[in-house]
Unconditional design. Structure first.
Length: 261
């Protein structure tokens, strides 16, 4: 992941302002250009443009190359369109955290994650950037996961993060064990990184297995590749309050798995 351009959509809510604050510090650390975007649903709004300009007056924007962007159209479509226009390498969006309950991500963020061709990093409302020391990389042993992991390692090596590759297995059968061992062996051959570890969590319930993992590690970032049926979608399938609380209060990076096939 070579991050040169970051797109940060905002609707001027506390949630998106927290994501913007996080993005500024992240862009400074990555020496990346920041595009601060607001989408107006139907027509041009001078108020929206002024609000963008007011946000850009924050002294911290002086420390990063930043540019305001105003778009007209449905927010989800406009964000996806603008990400291509500015050649963004990363989208940073806010989520509501555990206080948002079942709808902690919001419909626009969910749409963008589902359709984006580039990585999407969602930031909880109470989160602040202090680096990523411990990262979970969730895998279902999909074909593109190995390439996605290699790209992640190239990125996290910049700040020497520990990356923990995890598979949650609901069935402790021979085939699952072979897949896990094969993926681990291939990953170690594919990537030379001293802070790379592996774990297979076995639990009849995917959700309970996830809770077990989060309680044990409390990571700084959760990462998963997105395919037709993904870790991310599994998180949204059931209203599991405790599980959503853990995930919603941890930054989540979604990678487009199709890119790596």
């Amino acid at each position: 992941m070579n991050i040169k351009n970051i797109l940060v959509p905002t609707d001027f809510s506390n949630c998106s302002e927290a994501a913007t604050s996080f993005a500024i510090d992240f862009a400074i650390a990555q020496n990346a250009r920041l595009y601060l975007m607001h989408s107006m649903k139907s027509s041009y709004s001078m108020t929206s443009e002024r609000l963008l300009e007011k946000m850009m007056e924050d002294d911290r924007f002086k420390e990063v190359k930043a540019q305001p962007v105003a778009e007209i159209g449905d927010p989800g479509s406009a964000i996806l369109r603008e990400s291509k226009e500015v050649e963004a390498d990363l989208l940073i969006m806010g989520n509501k955290g555990s206080s948002g309950g079942r709808n902690f991500l919001g419909s626009t963020t969910t749409e963008v994650i589902t359709k984006s061709e580039i990585p999407v990093l969602t930031i909880p409302e109470e989160s602040s950037y202090s680096g990523f020391d411990d990262i979970l990389f969730m895998t279902d042993f999909k074909e593109g996961d190995l390439s996605a992991l290699k790209e992640m390692l190239d990125w996290v090596e910049l700040f020497r993060a520990h990356i923990h590759v995890v598979h949650i297995s609901t069935d402790d059968n021979f085939e699952e064990k072979i897949k896990y061992r094969g993926f681990k062996e291939a990953a170690n051959e594919y990537a030379d990184y001293e802070k790379l570890t592996f774990e297979r969590v076995v639990n009849p319930s995917f959700y309970d297995g996830f809770l077990e993992l989060m309680e044990k590690r409390n990571p700084d970032l959760i990462t998963a590749t997105r395919y037709k049926k993904t870790f991310f979608q599994k998180l949204l399938q059931k209203n599991h309050t405790r599980m959503l609380g853990y995930e919603a209060d941890t930054p989540f990076l979604s990678l487009n798995g199709e890119k790596y096939l």
